[in-house]
Each structure stands twice: as structure tokens, then as C-alpha cells.
Write a protein that binds this ligand. Structure first.
Ligand SMILES: [Zn+2]
Length: 218
């Protein structure tokens, strides 16, 4: 008995699980898995036989995870993976989410870039890159200062954070208020792209105003 260690278990019928498995062709395949149930006469509860094919209470075979992750690494859309594997897109997404290990970089580069982007459900997410190599440093589900601050403080020591010299961002970012708390030595750098954009916009406004003042409409 896996619960109390009692030596003898008594058969207690079968439970049939329908397990989705891989089959090599693009067709959903289900195995009807008859699991032997056992009852312990010492501690009384019933237990099920286990198999490496599928985790207890799961209906998707364990070997599918590996295949799904491999296809996801090839950047196939979730819907395509779902069609190849023969399970629903939401199951594929759940398996990817559960098995995706986004480990933060061990060391911080001296120059960082911060930005935000629209991700799922119209949410804004936060992204941080190494400004020189453009390698991903962090990807966070939201862009709240609290989340960003907690992430860097939880993953990097003060000594490591002190090494950061510059953080590049756009002008309307609210991150500026936490930069000096998180990276004591860092200077905030406004991305030159945004400065050029502002200058171009200002020039354009002046140009349009000047045009409107002209009497000659041609
Ligand atoms: Zn028992």
C-alpha cells in the first residue's frame, strides 16, 4: 500500500481512463486504459495502478509533452501543434505554460533596455534586454513598477545590480521612479529613436501651421 506500507492489497475493480497518445499520423488517438484498482485492508482507501504512460488524473500521455515542447521550440503556432498532436489548442497552451522554464539570466549586463508591449488579453507586458547583445533578460506578465522591482531584487544581489550603468527606455515610461532604487549606479538613457520622433513631430506641426497661414491655397 503506497499510503500505509501494508503488504497485501486486494483487487477492487477497474477504472477506465481515456488517454490521448501520439501515433505518428495526424489523427487523434485514444487508448482506453483499464487501471486496476486496489483496496488496502489495513488503512482502507483504494489506490490505482500507475503507469509511466500517463500521470495520475491526466488524460494526455506523458510523451506528448516532449513532442509539444519540441514543436513549440520550432515556433509553430499553438493551433498547428494542436492539429499535429490531435489535442485541443487550450491543452497545448496549458502544457507549454507548465513546461516552459524561462530562467532569468544569471548575471546582469552593464547596459539594459526596458520596454513594454501589448501581450495577451490586451495586457501590457514588460521586457528587458541586454542593450549590447539584445539577449532577453526578463519578460514579465505586467509592467507595474512593483512587479519589476520585485523581480530584479529577488533574482539579483545588490552588488550585481550596482554593476548596471545605464537603463535605456522611452520617454513616457513610468519606470524612471524605480530605476535608482533597483540599480543604484544606473543612468537613465532616453532612446534616441523617441527623441527623433518628437523632434520630427514638432517640426511637422510648425510646417502645417505655416502652410495654413498662406493665402495661396494652391
Ligand atoms: Zn494501506
Amino acid at each position: 500500500c503506497p499510503l500505509c506500507g501494508f503488504e497485501a492489497l486486494h483487487p477492487n475493480g477497474f477504472y477506465t481512463a481515456h488517454v490521448r497518445v501520439l501515433n505518428g499520423v495526424e489523427m487523434p488517438t485514444v487508448i482506453d486504459l483499464h487501471k486496476q484498482r486496489w483496496r488496502c485492508h489495513n488503512c482502507y482507501p483504494t489506490v490505482s495502478a500507475k503507469t509511466p504512460l500517463v500521470q495520475p488524473n491526466h488524460t494526455i500521455a506523458a510523451h506528448m509533452t516532449e513532442r509539444i515542447m519540441k514543436l513549440a521550440h520550432e515556433r509553430l503556432p499553438v493551433k498547428t501543434i494542436a492539429r499535429i498532436i490531435g489535442i485541443s489548442a487550450s491543452s497545448v497552451q496549458r502544457i507549454i505554460d507548465q513546461n516552459l522554464k524561462l530562467r532569468p539570466a544569471r548575471r546582469l549586463p552593464t547596459r539594459l533596455c526596458f520596454d513594454e508591449f501589448r501581450s495577451t488579453h490586451g495586457m501590457m507586458s514588460f521586457i528587458c534586454l541586454d542593450a549590447d547583445s539584445h539577449h532577453l533578460i526578463a519578460l514579465l506578465g505586467d509592467r507595474f513598477n512593483r512587479t519589476i522591482k520585485n523581480f530584479f531584487i529577488a533574482h539579483y544581489s545588490l552588488a550585481e545590480r550596482t554593476r548596471v550603468q545605464t537603463v535605456t527606455m522611452d520617454m513616457n515610461a513610468a519606470y524612471q521612479t524605480i530605476i535608482h532604487e533597483v540599480f543604484p549606479k544606473a543612468q537613465v538613457v532616453i532612446d534616441r529613436f523617441h527623441i527623433i520622433q518628437l523632434a520630427a513631430r514638432a517640426l511637422d506641426q510648425v510646417r502645417v501651421q505655416a502652410l495654413k497661414q498662406l493665402d495661396d491655397k494652391h
